[in-house]
Design a protein. Structure first.
Length: 471
């Protein structure tokens, strides 16, 4: 089914190809060269704002759902649907949070660190940004069933939006979730189950689930909601618009973001490419994508094997050789940060474009580093899932290596809420062993742990312990 919009269309990301397709074409890769697709716009036929300050007026009309949404109040920068077609659950109310650097032990100058806390979205993660846009397109297409492979956050968000989105005939959509065996945090699985998703646990990891959902999509006509869907990334662009909004419309010097399937950082690159093209920003920040050491495919491809965007002619055989080596060795992604426990990122090519456009780098951090940073972030009031803390761990590493200056203005993306993975938090603070298969050691695990204290049922003993721990 086609959805005609002369000013918005799908386009191959490889400049030498640049094949275009109708918005409603049920494809996710270019039929000519196999590369991923963007949602693209003929800006000459549209009327984008002349200044980002245009969007400040929307704060005065937040009684309208689409102006209350942190995605759709920027709708002129993702104009693929009419205002009356937009799907929203009033997502995107995530404001940039200034953070004191001294308590965190981060050697930046005061006032230079900000956290973009996406855990405040309705489903508790950044995924809601993309789902608002993808469900808008799914409803335009009349899709009855939507599906995804998930390590947790995608399934929670998709199930929520399916439970809230009605088609023209009044029926709700059906959400179908593929999860890997033992590869999903209970806080996330609970959401998918609660919101009514048909949940299938596949005997394999995320990459196996991704392969099977793609096959099921082709056979059953499901509308795929993973970030290979270009409309997902359109919604996720708006995280950067809110960052700019929080900084008075001035770009930061650095963006630090966890890297799993690479949809978020790919969306950030697209956002800045477009903003620069439209003359809405004068400069583009640098980006650091942070892999977990146990799921470091991008780090290996970029830093060890020299894979680059190369104007869209990136060396696909280099990635295929890496995957073949992993298969031969039986190597799977393993990290406590379940949201980025992905070995074959579907947005690899778009990520290479982002790294090129944003003068980016890729680092890797250990599970120990992730959990220690997570505890520090939580201690100062910003509870996040483990994957989120990879961004701060990456920043600390880059400061120690002199890659980031002390006076740089830095934004770290916190992707999800602490209650997404409460097991990891409790195990860290109580000193329990991590779940089977994870890579955290007992030492130096727990430097910032807040362990419960066993006390007898006796008032004197209770008061004595309280006094012993007076601040």
């Amino acid at each position: 089914m086609g959805v005609m919009n002369d000013a918005a269309f799908l386009r191959c990301i490889r400049p030498a190809c640049a094949a275009t397709y109708d918005l409603g074409a049920p494809i996710y890769e270019c039929e000519k060269c196999g590369n991923l697709l963007d949602v693209a716009y003929d800006w000459n036929r549209l009327q984008p704002p002349r200044s980002l300050r245009f969007f400040q007026q929307r704060w005065a009309t937040r009684d309208r759902a689409i102006d209350h949404s942190g995605i759709w109040r920027f709708r002129e920068l993702l104009p693929f649907a009419a205002p009356e077609e937009l799907v929203t659950v009033r997502e995107g109310q995530t404001l940039l949070q200034p953070v004191e650097v001294e308590p965190l032990g981060i050697p930046l100058k005061p006032g230079r660190l900000h956290l973009q806390y996406e855990g405040m979205n309705p489903s508790g993660s950044f995924k809601d940004n993309g789902m608002a846009a993808a469900f808008t397109m799914a409803r335009k297409l009349g899709s009855r069933r939507v599906g995804c492979a998930s390590t947790g956050n995608t399934s929670a968000s998709m199930a929520l939006y399916a439970a809230k989105t009605r088609l023209a005939d009044g029926r709700l959509m059906q959400a179908i979730v593929f999860i890997g065996e033992g590869k999903i945090a209970y806080g996330k699985l609970a959401q998918a189950l609660d919101y009514g998703a048909l949940t299938l646990q596949i005997a394999g990891d995320f990459d196996a689930c991704m392969k099977r959902i793609r096959e099921a999509t082709d056979r059953l006509g499901l509308y795929l909601m993973n970030s290979v869907n270009p409309f997902r990334l359109e919604g996720q662009k708006t995280i950067m618009y809110r960052v700019l909004e929080g900084l008075g419309w001035e770009p930061p010097d650095w963006i630090f973001v966890p890297g799993g399937n690479l949809g978020n950082s790919s969306a950030f690159g697209k956002a800045y490419i477009e903003l620069k093209e439209l003359g809405l920003v004068e400069r583009v920040p640098r980006i650091c994508v942070v892999n977990a050491a146990g799921a470091n495919t991008l780090w290996d491809l970029y830093n060890r094997r020299g894979l680059r965007w190369n104007h869209g002619d990136w060396n696909k055989p280099t990635a295929e050789a890496k995957y073949a080596e992993m298969d031969a060795a039986g190597q799977k992604a393993k990290t406590i940060a379940s949201a980025i426990e992905i070995a074959r990122p579907v947005n690899l090519s778009k990520e290479l474009r982002t790294l090129d456009a944003m003068n980016g780098i890729v680092v890797q951090v250990t599970d120990e580093e992730i959990l220690e940073e997570k505890a520090l972030i939580g201690k100062y009031g910003y509870g996040c899932e483990p994957a989120s803390a990879a961004s701060l761990a990456g920043l600390r590493q880059c400061l120690a290596q002199g890659i980031v200056d002390r006076d740089a203005r830095v934004v770290c993306i916190l992707t999800g809420h602490a209650l997404k993975d409460p097991d990891a938090t409790v195990r860290y603070h109580t000193g329990l062993e991590p779940p089977s298969g994870q890579t955290v050691r007992r030492d130096p695990w727990g430097r910032h742990a807040n362990r419960p204290i066993r006390v007898p049922d006796d008032l004197d003993a209770i008061c004595r312990v309280i006094e012993e721990h007076r601040d």
